[in-house]
Write a protein that binds this ligand. Structure first.
Ligand code: SF4
Length: 301
């Protein structure tokens, strides 16, 4: 949950999640829709799909026990180098580097590494540096300390004045801590302008589930088009509140309108659902806000 998401946002989700899925078995028994619903609002839904697939794999391939070797952990869906390192280090107390964004920042500054940290070769160097710092007695404590140092002291704007590593830090000594780590420029944000149609017929509205493999896989959305042309002929009920939502490198500007049609029609891939049932469906974050507004207006009559 913490990948790409701030801890303060994650806490309530984590607590609700652990109540609903207290162990691997509970997650294994849940449907992908239930898992996506519990994740709704956190974004980057591939993480939810991966954790569900991982639970299945752990039960089916490893008898319900999380394995304790790098080789086996690396085979689990969604387990990248950080997760494998974190499980080995924090759960099994092995000498294994768990390198998240915080650690990359600390190490690049501590050793004055100027190479692009998004490159595999630089990541390898950082991994070696972390391994050289891990002691044999309690390597997980050092590993955790590096993460915490990055989160609390060696923050994007470094707080060198209160840092215990100041005397040995190349970045600080050479006066270049602020400029590290070096990363290649992020891809530019792409703006999308969409008109979203809440198409109503007799208290039901049209929704579509995102196809698997797509960015919004398993999430529901109302019909929408790029730009502001007509979707179909209907009576305008009202314009809803415009909003923006961001996913990966896209910023989507949504202009929702509610229209009513006078006979039931079928639309490929879409289904009609009762407005009162909308809350049962996991929506992409922008469309969820629209669904909430529609339900509220519907209740008020
Ligand atoms: S001295 Fe500054 S740059 Fe170096 S590790 Fe500490 S906070 Fe980071």
């Amino acid at each position: 949950m913490l990948q790409q998401t701030r801890a303060s946002v994650v806490v309530p989700y984590f607590l609700r999640w652990m109540e609903k899925f207290p162990d691997v078995k509970a997650l294994y028994n849940a449907s992908v829709d239930e898992v996506i619903k519990a994740w709704e609002g956190l974004g980057y839904y591939s993480r939810a799909r991966n954790i569900h697939a991982a639970a299945r794999q752990i039960v089916e391939e490893f008898g319900g026990e999380i394995p304790d070797t790098r080789e086996e952990l690396s085979r689990i869906k969604g387990f990248g180098p950080y997760t494998v390192g974190a499980v080995l280090s924090f759960a099994f107390h092995r000498k294994a580097p768990a390198i998240d964004g915080n650690v990359v920042r600390v190490i690049s500054r501590l050793f004055g590494i100027e190479d692009d940290v998004t490159l595999g070769a630089t990541r390898k160097v950082i991994e070696q540096k972390v391994e050289s710092l891990l002691d044999l007695e309690t390597p997980w404590v050092t590993g955790e300390a590096l993460i915490e140092l990055g989160a609390l002291v060696c923050t994007p704007v470094p707080r060198c004045a209160v840092c215990p590593l100041q005397g040995q830090c190349e970045g600080f000594i050479q006066g270049k801590a602020d400029a590290l780590p070096t990363k290649k420029k992020r891809a530019k944000t792409i703006h999308l302008f969409r008109t979203v149609f809440v198409v109503e017929w007799m208290g039901k509205v049209l929704v579509r589930k995102g196809a698997s493999g797509k960015v919004m896989a398993d999430l529901y959305e109302f019909p929408y088009i790029e730009g502001s042309e007509e979707f179909l002929k209907g009576t305008l009920v009202r314009k809803l509140t415009p909003l923006t939502h961001t996913f990966t490198r896209y910023k989507s500007h949504l202009s929702p309108v509610w229209i009513r049609i006078d006979r039931e029609e079928t639309f490929p891939e879409y289904e009609w659902v009762e407005i009162f049932d909308l809350r049962r469906f996991p929506f992409s974050s922008g469309h969820r806000q629209i669904a909430i507004e529609v339900e509220k207006i519907h209740v008020q009559g």
